[in-house]
Ligand binder design. Structure first.
Ligand SMILES: [Zn+2]
Length: 273
């Protein structure tokens, strides 16, 4: 958390407010955990005074482009970008528009897992942290052929979906929900999926992500939109966090198992092994 729908929701909220504005000031209040490849001085020198020329996303990363330089931010467990200061502010970006009207953005991060990289904008695909990211589900690159190549693996399909170097943006919630939609058991080796199962999973992933985007993401923990409002997708969970509750399709109790140290929720009847 946050996963693709939450990060994209944040991106869409920030873009109309910040695009074209000049970065007037940057305040790094916590550098040790946050800054991965640069100093506060380098951020100052390369970004301050420049306009935000693009605000993109790749997987769970937000990409703030300031002309030739980009600031790449991963919110990890508890990071949030807010229009108002909060208790655990680690970074402040102060923007100004043509009329010198200010607009500040605050990174709040209680658990200090958020990470920030400074990268040349023309090298985003070749540099850390974006260079190893896999297939992007809501883009034209997400094709049936590419997805079939991704499934050519002995690994458990759920763990494969969480591997950001194979598929970018999915986390535990949306992997569980997509596998349920597709009727695929989370422990099934990816290569053992029938062509029908693979096809259903290929279609379920973007469908679940789009539904979550329409709900503004999932706010069952710390995730908030920049204005502080919550997402509503937790109200639409079919299996995630519902162990013991009846399957919305067949009524059988939802089961919980652990894979790679993380919980998987599934319906044993609708998702046969
Ligand atoms: Zn069921």
């Amino acid at each position: 958390m946050p996963e693709l729908p939450e990060v994209e929701t944040i991106r869409r909220a920030l873009e109309p407010q910040l695009l074209g504005r000049r970065l007037a000031h940057i305040d790094v209040l916590e550098r040790v955990h946050l800054l991965k490849n640069c100093t506060p001085e380098a951020l100052q020198e390369r970004l301050v005074g420049r306009r935000l020329t693009a605000l993109g996303r790749r997987g769970k990363f937000l990409i703030f482009e300031f002309g030739p330089w980009a600031m790449v931010l991963h919110l990890r467990m508890s990071g949030r970008l807010l229009w108002t200061p909060a208790r655990h502010t680690r970074l402040v970006l102060q923007f100004r528009d043509e009329e010198e009207q200010g607009r500040a953005l605050y990174l709040d991060d209680a658990r200090r897992f958020a990470s920030l990289y400074l990268v040349r904008a023309d090298q985003l695909d070749e540099q850390k942290p974006l260079k190893d990211l896999g297939l992007e589900p809501l883009t034209p690159a997400y094709t049936w052929a590419a997805f079939r190549r991704l499934l050519d693996s002995e690994r458990e399909v759920k763990r494969l979906l969480l591997d950001q170097t194979r598929l970018a943006g999915l986390g535990n919630i949306y992997a569980c929900e997509a596998l349920f939609e597709a009727g695929v058991h989370p422990r099934k080796p990816a290569r053992a999926l029938s062509p029908e199962e693979a096809r259903r999973l290929f279609e379920a992933i973007p469908r679940v992500l789009r539904r979550a985007l329409r709900a503004g993401g999932t706010s069952f923990d710390r995730y908030r939109r920049p204005d502080g409002s919550i997402g509503r997708f937790q109200e639409e969970f079919r299996v995630y966090g519902r162990a013991g509750a009846p399957c919305p399709r067949c009524g059988a109790p939802i089961e919980r198992i652990t894979q790679g140290g993380r919980s998987s929720f599934f319906c044993p009847r609708c998702q046969p092994f």
